[in-house]
Write a protein that binds this ligand. Sequence first.
Ligand code: ADP
Length: 256
Amino acid sequence: MIEVKNVCAGYGRNQVLHDVNFVAEQGKITVIIGSNGSGKSTLLKALLGLVPVNGGNITVEGAAVNEMTRAELAKKIAYLPQGKNIADISAGRMVLHGRFPYLKYPRKYREEDYRIAEEAMKQMGISSFAGKQMAELSGGMRQKVYIAMALAQQTPVIVMDEPTTYLDIGQQLKFSGLIKQLSESRKTVILVLHDILLALKISDKIAAMKDGKIFRCGTPEEMLASDIFYTLYGVKVKAVQTDAGMQYYYEFADTE
Ligand code: ADP
């Protein structure tokens, strides 16, 4: 669980987050949405202790983020940044990197680290291409490697910034399943998504940001019942019950 209380943060004199309050619960998928420049990435950076917090406080599993060392925090939160550069290493090696916070000097992987990395690969169904170079893999497979790396990190919280950007539609659907799996295994999952329809479909809670503040926060149903998507993006979102569960679609205001 992550709790953000009255947080103000930013870059030097450029204050970006203003009195942000936000809770991401264990075993739940919390999605952050908002237009470009609304402060989503800055909020993630604040969670990770990467931007200074000048007011309020952030706790992860009850411990203050600003009192933790990098390694301590890396044992609590696994972070998958946006648009990663593709490392020139094998998938197996990439997953092993998740064990880095646990290594003591001289930073040599132990038997246990190899075992945990292998388990994470098995869980993601990627054991068979552990020897393949990252650059050889499709976007979807690479995403699975990153998630396996996050699993090997054995953190209670996983944070992903725009994880579906490089995935085709089939891979996006599979990705939703993987994310559900993570929350069902009691992880706290926080995602930044541009895709509102995906956010509605997979989240337990949506936090909508505007001008460095949480503008509105609620369940998908609550958000759908409000005018938030029109306020933020000028679109209306409708829901329809189907055999495959609730489906969402856009309805542009001027077509009504
Ligand atoms: P989002 O992720 O919602 O697009 P960001 O958190 O990236 O928004 O940006 C919010 C604001 O913070 C923007 O006005 C942006 O210009 C500013 N900002 C982002 N990164 C930096 C930085 N490294 N230094 C100074 N200002 C920044």
